[in-house]
Design a protein around this ligand. Sequence first.
Ligand code: FMN
Length: 180
Amino acid sequence: MDIVALSGSVSNKSYNTALLNAISQLSPDHINVTVLESLQNIPTFSPDIEDQLMPELVASFIDKIRRADGLIICAPEYAHGISGVLKNALDWMVSSDALVLKPVVIMTVSTSGLGGVRAFSSLVQILSAMNSHVVIDASLCIPYAKLKFDDSLNLVDEITIKAIDVSLLSLERTIDQRNA
Ligand SMILES: Cc1cc2nc3c(=O)[nH]c(=O)nc-3n(C[C@H](O)[C@H](O)[C@H](O)COP(=O)(O)O)c2cc1C
């Protein structure tokens, strides 16, 4: 089973990217989690750009998501919303079929006590508008990031590690049901 994982943060010291790296390491052998490249080089979306003129980088990014069995998005919350780079990347996919019925797990990691729940709920709305299958019971809001990761950005919180196991199981079940 091939899962791609997308970070909504372009920070070099991102907790959200660190969570994706942890998920990739914790996933069982039969679930291959590939962390996609940083969104920082994705150009600004414009609806005036025809499909044939879509930048190669964007086309290849969308293709990786289209071919995957499922997608995990880990997103920071900025000013009670999602990051601009993430919204921009999603806007590129609105008129494609890449996310239609795709099982998508949303995770938000925040240094605050609310765990990025407002970005989480915004992502549920955006992905629903794109007809994705948001796997709510596999999705997580993770608060107080500084307590969950060590100084080298290794995930050290046992409860979060358990929650990731459960989340991957739930995503796997959803994909199996979809493919049955
Ligand atoms: C400009 C800015 C705005 C932020 N706004 C919020 C916010 O609205 N809610 C929140 O929970 N955290 C907020 N934070 C804190 C982020 O949760 C924290 O920086 C987190 O580590 C960002 O994710 P990252 O480490 O993956 O980049 C903000 C951080 C920055 C830099």
